[in-house]
Design a protein around this ligand. Sequence first.
Ligand code: SIN
Length: 339
Amino acid sequence: MSFPSWPAPLDRRRWLHSVAAATLTTRVAKASPRPALTIRFSHVVAEETPKGLAVQRFQALVEQRSDGRIEVLHYPGAQLYGDQDEMQALQLGAVEMLAPSLSKFGRIGFPEFELFDLPFLFNDAREVRRITEGAIGRRLLKGLSRHGLVGLGFFDNGFKQMSANRPLLAPADFKGLRMRVQASRVIAAQMRALGAQPVNLGFSETRRALANGVVDGTENPVSNFWTQGMHEVQSDLTLTQHGYLGYAVIVNQRFWASLAEGDRALLAQAMHEATDYGNQISEAQNSKALAALRVAGTTRIHVPTGAQRAQLRRAVESVHLALERRIGTAWMQAIRGAL
Ligand code: SIN
């Protein structure tokens, strides 16, 4: 498998840490015999997010249906690997499963995944589902084989909101702000179109960077904002709903091919059901996080008017055309047709 632009090489300390953590993981010893197969599932967000909960459902289904013969070790919160090294860990067999956000596939040779980052592309989750569960979604997952990956499905998080230490209701409010972004050219272009300066940072570094003033603001669904404690370091959250955040669940092709056919079928079915579950609860998890945020009272919550949202939308419209070549004209036409 060859990825075009790997970030920094996985260093030995983290490698050893992963091996040690895999051994010491907080699993209550079971009476059943040692599992024959262990799947380490690593991701960067908290356990009580839509992604964390979907992985836990997958874990429960797999362990129950395999009668404990297959165990799934769940490593949330970037405790094993972060954005910079998780793909390499998958490649090297240090973990078996990941669910990076769709915005993180462009830098490893799948720029078409950045179509999900186009601002104001989707009106609601039903439109997202039309893409992820339709022909475009299937083609996107199939294309992952180009670089030795197998895509098992799409998890939802939800719609992103903007945060900073001021309300972000109009393009003028973004002027001069350093906004943390994921490694997506589309998101970077969106921030520039709003007059902000995009700063690409790993997810696990974001809260600290906000606290230290290295960046002024960011965008994320409320579930991530809340579970990362970003409300403690951002005074204002504006419910812009300007873009979508979702994930592709991936495994290494070599690992997948090494499994018995029955196990592959069991894992694929469990993932299918875990995805359905995760996608059913994602909206509720974001609403719960918003309710918790209101109770915490640390952060002012702003709801843009229709006119303010339309103004933001106009300001970023140019991103769709400007990034068409990166995403691919055929993909853009397909998405326009499907929506
Ligand atoms: C994630 O939800 O997995 C991380 C999103 C981000 O990097 O902003």
